[in-house]
Design a protein around this ligand. Structure first.
Ligand code: ADP
Length: 447
């Protein structure tokens, strides 16, 4: 087992990783920007090294500085968290070339899943259902028109190098297709220096359902059920829950099994999430995330596993030690992402935290580095806390979540807590009857 892990991240996830390490008797190294010197995980880590100025490109994305920090602290392994360098295949490879373990998948799998067309092809070959569309990139207008005619309108044009919903355009008819192709391609070229696009059927009212998998180095793979992340604004997830109110046990078992077999086929290791759109009883692959996800706690709450601990164990070469039949799901969990932003205008609201009181009690978990007097820096993502609640069933979970949201005090900043309170009182949310477009309509786009 590792003796020392370097945490190449910040915020709540850095603290989350630190906690898992401590419980395993592993020492931690925090690397941080000059803006994060007072962060909770920096205070708690066994060692801390400042790796650069506030801007992420000079600190949390500074590969040389991070590798140097790992070398001088004599770390055995690097955990990348999510965001920043977590899905950078070159970084994972460099970590390994420098003699450290990368706590995540192999670089070749990160690379494969980072290319959307290659990922879709690999998924399809491994038996995962995908959205009907072009086999690869759109080569010319005639080809696009032909495929669109075969699958039926509306169709969606997506950038091969895509991310964050950029370079996506819907075409409702053949008349709209050439214009949409040109716009999507131009947008993709501007955003990713790569204008290549592909085309697929546009799903009008899908849910976002993702399957969590865990694999060791010896071909043992399990799935840990699904998460429903359909409450999104601008493709950003706001609330996640497990299990999905839309799936029955049979559907869960089938899609889980399909994903497990596919993951075993490609020889994937560590954690990963296969994301699907789900409509009218069918699953359609959209992408695979080759890292720990923000919303992993809802899975932990219903299956009683510490995912970061499992990541560290398998990265150190320990076999899983359990099989699918040993994974037991219990109750229901919901996570609310709490951002430092205005609950109606969504304007960022960094600054100094005044009074701070986190909720507690049975089944309540808060993943956050906040404390009274902490200054939320303006340089990074606005998420400052995750409130995760577990209950014996969905109703108990929601009652408890309303209670916990009511207790949460974060003075001095605008936060999304009032928005979560509105959501948890909303019949559509209570009934679990939303699709991925619902929240956007509910908040009115936020401007
Ligand atoms: P990105 O990498 O840009 O986030 P994704 O492929 O993950 O791109 O898609 C982002 C979002 O776009 C999805 O979460 C979903 O909301 C929407 N989307 C993607 N593909 C489709 C589709 N075929 N039909 C309808 N919506 C889609």
């Amino acid at each position: 087992m590792f003796e020392k892990v370097l945490i190449a991240n910040r915020g709540e996830i850095a603290l989350r990783i630190h906690r898992a390490c401590k419980e395993m008797g592993i020492r931690t190294v925090a690397v941080h920007s000059s803006a994060d010197a007072d962060a909770m995980h920096v205070r708690l880590a066994d060692e801390a090294i400042c790796i650069g100025p506030p801007q992420a490109r000079d600190s949390y994305l500074n590969v040389q500085a991070i590798l140097t920090a790992a070398t001088i602290t004599n770390a055995d392994a690097v955990h990348p968290g999510y965001g920043f360098l977590s899905e950078n295949a070159d970084f994972a490879a460099m970590v390994e070339e420098h003699g450290f373990a990368f706590i995540g998948p192999a670089p070749e799998h990160i690379r494969l899943m980072g290319d959307k067309i290659a990922a879709k092809r690999a998924a399809q070959e491994a038996g995962i259902p995908v959205v009907p569309g072009t086999e690869g990139a759109v080569e010319n207008e005639e080809m696009a028109l032909q495929v669109a005619r075969d699958i039926g309108y509306p169709v969606l044009i997506k950038a091969t190098a895509g991310g964050g919903g950029r370079g996506m355009k819907v075409a409702a008819s053949a008349a709209e297709l050439p214009g949409a192709l040109a716009t999507a391609s131009a947008e993709a070229r501007a955003a990713f220096s790569n204008g290549e696009v592909y085309l697929e059927k546009f799903l009008a009212k899908p849910r976002h359902i993702e399957i969590q998998i865990l694999a060791d180095m010896y071909g043992n793979v399990v799935h840990l059920g699904e998460r429903d992340c359909s409450l999104q604004r601008r493709h950003q997830k706001l609330v996640e829950e497990a299990p999905s109110p839309a799936l029955n046990a049979d559907e869960r078992q089938r899609i889980g099994q399909t994903v497990v077999e596919a993951v075993r086929t490609i020889g994937y290791r560590n954690v990963g999430t296969v994301e699907f759109l789900y409509e009218d009883g069918e699953f359609y692959f959209i992408e695979m995330n080759t890292r720990l996800q923000v919303e992993h706690p809802v899975t932990e709450m219903i299956c009683g596993l510490d995912l970061v601990r499992e990541m560290i164990r398998v990265a150190a070469g320990t076999p899983l030690g359990y099989e699918q039949k040993d994974i037991r799901f219990s109750g229901h969990a919901i996570e609310c992402r709490i951002n430092a932003e205005h609950p109606e205008t969504f304007m960022p609201s960094p600054g100094r935290v005044g009074d701070y009181h986190a909720p507690g009690g049975l089944g309540v978990r808060v993943d956050s580095g906040l404390y009274s007097g902490y200054r939320v820096p303006p340089h990074y993502d606005s998420m400052i806390a995750k409130l995760i609640v577990h209950g014996a069933n969905r109703n108990e979970c929601m009652m408890r979540l309303r209670r916990a949201l009511g207790e949460y005090v974060i003075d001095g900043l605008e936060t999304s807590i009032p928005l979560h309170q509105r959501l948890m009182a909303e019949p559509t949310v209570i009934n679990g009857a939303y699709d991925i477009n619902w929240l956007e309509t509910f908040v009115g786009g936020g401007h």
